[in-house]
Design a protein around this ligand. Structure first.
Ligand SMILES: [Zn+2]
Length: 211
C-alpha cells in the first residue's frame, strides 16, 4: 500500500517535471520542448499570446501547418472554454507580436552591450542568432549564410537606436534563444501567398535593387 502510494507520487512528480519542459501541441499532438512551441491562452473568448500563467490555454508547434490547424472547436475541446476567432486574424496578430518581440530583443541586446552590428562584424563571429535586413544586398547575405531575413534595415537600426542596420548578431545566450523563437513564429505566421511581393512593395526594395 505504502509502496504503491510512493510509486504514484514518484510518477506524479515525474509528470510535473516533464510538463515544465515539454508540452503537447493541440493540433498535431506531438510533445516538444516548450522553446519550440507557442503558448496561447483563452482570454475574453479569444486566443492571445501568453508565456505562462494560470489562464487556461493551449500550446502549438512553431510550424505553419500546426498554426494553420488551430480552430476554435479544437481549442474549446481542450480548454473546456467557449472560444471563437478568425484564423487569419489570429495569425496576423501573432505575426505582429512576434515582430515586436524580435525588435525588442534587438534593442535589449544593444542596451546590454552584446549586440554585434554590421555585416563585417557579424561575419567575424559565430553562434547566436543572426538577423539580416530584408533589403540587405545579396552579396551581404552570401557572406552570412546562417542569417535569416527579417524587416528593413531602417527598422532594425531604429530598434537598436542606430542608423541603417543590414545585419546583426545576438550572441548565444537566453536573449538569442528568445529572439530565435520569436523569429520562427514570425516566419511561420507569415501570410501565405502574398508574402514577398507585399513586403517588397511596402519597403520599396524592389525598385531600389533594380535601379
Ligand atoms: Zn504541432
Amino acid at each position: 500500500m505504502t509502496a504503491r502510494r510512493t510509486n504514484t507520487k514518484a510518477r506524479e512528480a515525474a509528470t510535473a517535471l516533464r510538463n515544465e519542459t515539454e508540452r503537447t501541441c493541440v493540433v498535431c499532438r506531438a510533445q516538444r520542448e516548450a522553446s519550440g512551441m507557442v503558448r496561447l491562452a483563452v482570454r475574453a473568448g479569444g486566443l492571445v499570446l501568453a508565456a505562462r500563467g494560470k489562464e487556461r490555454g493551449v500550446s502549438v508547434c512553431l510550424a505553419r501547418a500546426c498554426l494553420e490547424g488551430l480552430a476554435p472547436k479544437v481549442v474549446s475541446k481542450v480548454t473546456g472554454l467557449p472560444v471563437s476567432f478568425e484564423l487569419c486574424t489570429l495569425l496576423a496578430d501573432l505575426h505582429a507580436a512576434a515582430e515586436a518581440r524580435v525588435l525588442e530583443m534587438v534593442g535589449l541586446a544593444r542596451r546590454t552591450g552584446t549586440l554585434v552590428a554590421g555585416v563585417d562584424e557579424v561575419h567575424g563571429g559565430e553562434g547566436g542568432t543572426v538577423i539580416l535586413a530584408e533589403d540587405l544586398a545579396a552579396r551581404g547575405e552570401r557572406r552570412l549564410p546562417d542569417g535569416r531575413r527579417f524587416v528593413s534595415g531602417a527598422r532594425l537600426g531604429h530598434a537598436a537606436g542606430m542608423g541603417y542596420l543590414g545585419a546583426l548578431r545576438i550572441p548565444s545566450g537566453p536573449l538569442s534563444e528568445q529572439a530565435a523563437t520569436w523569429l520562427s513564429l514570425w516566419y511561420e505566421s507569415r501570410p501565405s501567398g502574398l508574402d514577398r511581393g507585399d513586403d517588397a512593395g511596402r519597403f520599396g526594395s524592389v525598385s531600389q535593387a533594380s535601379s
